[in-house]
Every structure is written in C-alpha cells, then in structure tokens.
Design a protein around this ligand. Structure first.
Ligand code: SF4
Length: 408
C-alpha cells in the first residue's frame, strides 16, 4: 500500500495516446493509488477523421456498435465521481471526442459532479473556435494534441498532407483560448530524429508539457518499428536533457525513464545503473545544443511511480475496462460492475501495483520506481507481468543480492 503526494508537475504517465493527457494532474494532497487513480482515460468513441499509422484505437470514420450511449456515459461519469473527493481527472480520448454529438452535455455533467475534465482531440475541422469556447466555458482547462515530427514526418504519421501546419495552428489556438496544452509525440523509427526539432518548436510555441510515448506494437503501430533497448536508453537520456530547458517531460510506456532520470539526477543513486551514452544520444544532444544552446538549468522530471493500472485506468468505447489503452486484458465492464470495485480489487491490478513481475523486472531494484511497461510486456510475451523488453538495464549483482535477501 502506498501513499504519495502528487503535485501538478509530478506525474509520469499515462497517456493513452494519441491521446492521453496527464496535463494538470494532481490536487496537491496525498493520494492513495491503490484506492483511486489519478487519471481515468475514457475512449469516448472510435470515430475519428484521421487514420494515424500508429493508432492504438484503430479509429474509424464512424462510431462502433456498442459505444456507450448518453445514459450509459452519465453512469460512467457517476462512477468516476464515486472514487471520492477529489475525483480522478477524466481524460476524454478517442477516436476523437469532437465526434461525440453529446460531448458538451457530458462535460457539463462531469463538471457539475466536481470532476476535472481534460480533452485529447484530433486536429481536424471539428476543433472549431466555437467548440473550444464552449468547452472552456464548461470548465475544461487542459488539452493534449499530438505532434510526431516536423513537417512531412508528422504528415506521414497522420496520413494527411499539410496536417503539420494545421497542428501548429491548433496548438496556438488552444493556447490563445486559455487552455494548458500538452503535446504528445510518439518515438518510433520514423520520428526519433526529429525529437530535437520538436522540442525547439514546443518551446517556441509556449508549450510547457511534452509527453513522449514509446511505441508499442499494437493497433496500427504493429507495422512500425520500435527502437532497440540501447536506443531507448539514449532517447531517455536525451529527454532528461530536454527537461532542463523549461519543458516538463513525461514518458508513456517507458517508465524506465525514471530509472535513467534518477541516476542522472544523483549519480551516486544506487551506483551507475544506466548504459553509457551511445551514438544516438550524441546525435540528438548535439542537435539540441545547436538549436537551443547549452542547458540553462536543472532538469525537471516526474517522480511519481504510476504505471498501467496504478494511478491510471482506461475505459474503452464499449465500457470495457483495461489497465491502459495499450494493454488489451479486459478487467470487466462498467455496465455490469463498478469502476471503483474493478480498480481497487482486480487481482491483476493488485499484482501490477505490488510489482509482482517476472523476468528482469521481477528482480530489478527499480521495479517499484519503474516496473516496466506492462503493455509492452503483454505485447511481447502475452503476459502483462513479464519483463519490459524495451529496457536497456542490465540487472546488477546488487539487484540480485537484494532480491535474494528479500526472499529469505
Ligand atoms: S528491468 Fe524492468 S523494472 Fe528494471 S528498469 Fe528495466 S523496465 Fe524498469
């Protein structure tokens, strides 16, 4: 059982991309992550005007049969409120929330119950000034937008020529409307070289939060390539550097970022437990410095150990509940069970929260701070408690000794 204080800048997180936002997380008071998630992601619809190459939701142009109707949606919102005061933040994802005809009624219903609502819309003509005004009036203050690279890199991922410029324009408009904007980017073989340029662009635009999702081969992402573990380590090291330029950097499905950050922050933290910098780190770092100059200040990275099913829960379009949007192991359905009961009592979530893992994650000294991506473990091994194959950490003698002592 753990008790942590979550501040606005603390959470690593979820983001059930394209579409998650942990923006504006936290209530500045102690939260029990075994009792209440910080974020509830709700896939309000599968309908989306885009067809992104890595889409978790495999979104389509129309809603799917079985989508929660307005009545069922209100019951879900009541279940979120029943976690207690303050309730978790409700992140409206998709598909595209803007495709839900009842979106304003549902946001109002949640706001009236004291729930903070964040949106993760697609960039399309549906994201009009009028809609943004109405959402702001109803209490929405946070939005996350996906930007996966510069110019054609982004357009290729999104499958639409010119989408990059529309995305920049949408970010500027959201900021002008007063929203706190988080930008979500996916790290994969077709995008990682643009990371320094994206960081520069976000700082130019005035974005404060960058959430970087490390690809998992599910949904449309299956046809694309994840990076190798040593490359992930280099990207994590680079992101730590980026956070010193005034961007709060979080990762999604890459909790080993916390191990890398903890070691870089305090080099004596349990010994040297990250790989030495590789060629990819040097390329990214040199590019970053050529754009932004030398690092101006200390790194600013999250410290709260959330992971799939721990601080985060995901409700699919049809009411099925999952530890995250990337982990297709159903825990139940909100039409026949209470979300609070599923979150607090499901055995798989207990195992995830208690870090009962196998493989390297099971003997790793960082299994509580990090714990690996449960989604990637499932994608790779069919077991959500297996090790995260994307991690570059070589288990040390110290880890093994601690593990043996702990078992004796
Ligand atoms: S081995 Fe697992 S728990 Fe340890 S740092 Fe890597 S992903 Fe995290």
């Amino acid at each position: 059982m753990e008790e942590v204080t979550v501040k606005e800048t603390d959470t690593d997180g979820p983001h059930q991309h394209s579409h998650l936002t942990h923006g504006q997380v936290g209530h500045g008071r102690a939260l029990r992550l075994d009792k209440k998630p910080i974020l509830v992601f709700w896939e309000t619809t599968k309908a989306c005007p885009l067809a992104c190459s890595h889409c978790r939701a495999q979104a389509i142009s129309h809603s799917m049969p079985g989508e929660l109707d307005s009545d069922a949606s209100r019951r879900l919102i009541e279940q979120v409120a029943s976690f207690g005061t303050p309730p978790p933040i409700l992140v409206l994802t998709g598909g595209d929330i803007m495709m839900r005809p009842d979106k304003f009624e549902l946001i109002k219903y949640a706001s009236d119950l004291g729930i903070r609502v964040a949106i993760s819309p697609a960039v399309s003509e549906h994201l009009s000034d009028k809609s943004l005004d109405e959402m702001y009036r109803l209490g929405v203050r946070s939005a996350s937008i996906s930007l996966d690279g510069i110019d054609k890199t982004h357009d290729l991922v999104r499958g639409i020529d010119g989408h990059y410029s529309h995305t920049l324009e949408a970010i500027s408009r959201l900021l002008a409307h007063g929203f706190s904007v988080q930008v979500n980017s996916t790290v994969m073989r077709t995008t990682y070289r643009d990371l320094p340029a994206v960081a520069e662009k976000l700082l130019d635009l005035g974005v404060k939060i960058w959430e970087v999702f490390f690809l998992i081969q599910v949904g449309r992402g299956t046809a694309l390539l994840e990076l190798a573990p040593d490359e992930n380590e280099d990207v994590a090291r680079f992101l730590y550097d980026v956070s010193s330029y005034g961007l709060l950097v979080r990762t999604v499905e890459a909790p080993f970022f916390r191990r890398v950050a903890a070691n870089l922050k305090e080099p004596n933290f349990a010994g040297p437990q990250i790989l030495p910098p590789g060629d990819l780190y040097r390329q990214l770092s040199n590019d970053l410095i050529s754009r932004l100059g030398k690092s101006p200040g200390p790194a600013k990275v999250p410290s709260v150990a959330t992971r799939d099913g721990k601080g985060i829960i995901f409700v699919a379009h049809n009411g099925d509940v999952y530890p995250s949007g990337f982990l297709p192991v159903s825990l139940g359905n909100i039409k026949s069970a209470e979300l609070t009961d599923i979150y607090r009592n499901h055995p798989l979530l207990h195992s995830i929260r208690e870090a009962k893992f196998s493989g390297r994650c099971g003997v790793c000294g960082y299994r509580d701070l990090c714990g690996g991506s449960r989604s990637r473990a499932f994608a790779a091994f069919g077991d959500p408690l297996a090790e995260d194959p994307a991690c570059g950490y070589l288990i040390s003698d110290l880890d093994l000794a601690e593990n043996i002592m702990g078992a004796s």
